[in-house]
Design a protein around this ligand. Structure first.
Ligand SMILES: Cc1cc2nc3c(=O)[nH]c(=O)nc-3n(C[C@H](O)[C@H](O)[C@H](O)COP(=O)(O)O)c2cc1C
Length: 195
């Protein structure tokens, strides 16, 4: 065995999405984020287009999100669907979390690679981020509310129309015990063809 399989298996299986409301007040360090993003950039990328883009909001930078995201939720939600509790929760979430990474897909100018595959590469990058977070004892919570796909979100991130924001990742330490999860057994999702 070239690497420690049991350790990587633990990291993969213990990666957890923990709701930001359940994060403690312990701060995430810039060096941890740098490692997460560097590892993210080692995701597979068809044609080596490296379509991932990261906007990291920390410290006072979070104020920009506090100003923008709740207003975006309001402007992108039909009046009859607007939920004041959700709006409030978003504000307090943004105030509570010390590090937020917004992840986008930057469309390669040549368009030599299918757009779907560029999304897939970015999803792999997010997984690398999340696994690295797990190694630090951090959760990287992938949030994808409908408004992240809006034109206004692209403007905010200075993306072009062909790019796409894919995730708001809230990063933090859990307040309580690391949660457990479960998955279906291998037989449920695997077909072996042997002859
Ligand atoms: C593409 C994608 C989008 C997601 N968006 C959300 C979201 O908007 N809100 C949320 O609570 N969880 C979101 N999640 C996280 C899932 O809810 C989570 O992975 C699932 O509950 C399994 O839990 P685990 O990640 O702890 O194994 C998203 C995950 C993926 C892959």
């Amino acid at each position: 065995m070239k690497y420690n399989l049991s350790e990587i298996t633990d990291i993969i299986r213990n990666r957890r999405s923990i709701s930001p409301e359940k994060f403690s007040t312990r701060k995430v360090h810039r060096e941890q984020l740098e490692m997460m993003l560097q590892n993210a950039s080692w995701a597979p990328t068809h044609g080596l287009t490296q379509p991932w883009r990261f906007h990291v909001f920390m410290e006072d930078g979070r104020n920009q999100l506090i100003e923008f995201l709740p207003a975006l939720y309001q402007s992108e939600t039909p009046v009859d669907k607007f939920n004041a509790t959700k709006h409030e929760r978003l504000i307090s979430r943004l105030q509570h979390v010390s590090a937020i990474v917004i992840v986008s897909m930057k469309r390669d100018e040549t368009k030599k690679i299918k757009e779907l595959e560029e999304h897939e590469a970015v999803a792999c990058a997010i997984q690398n981020m999340s696994l690295t977070a797990t190694a630090y004892g951090l959760s990287c919570f992938w949030s994808s509310p409908g408004y992240i796909y809006s034109a206004a979100m692209k403007d905010f991130l200075k993306l072009s129309t062909e790019d796409l924001c894919l995730a708001i990742c809230y990063i933090g330490y859990p307040q309580e015990e690391w949660p457990k999860s479960h998955r279906k057994p291998l037989e449920y999702f695997t077909t072996w063809i042997t002859e």
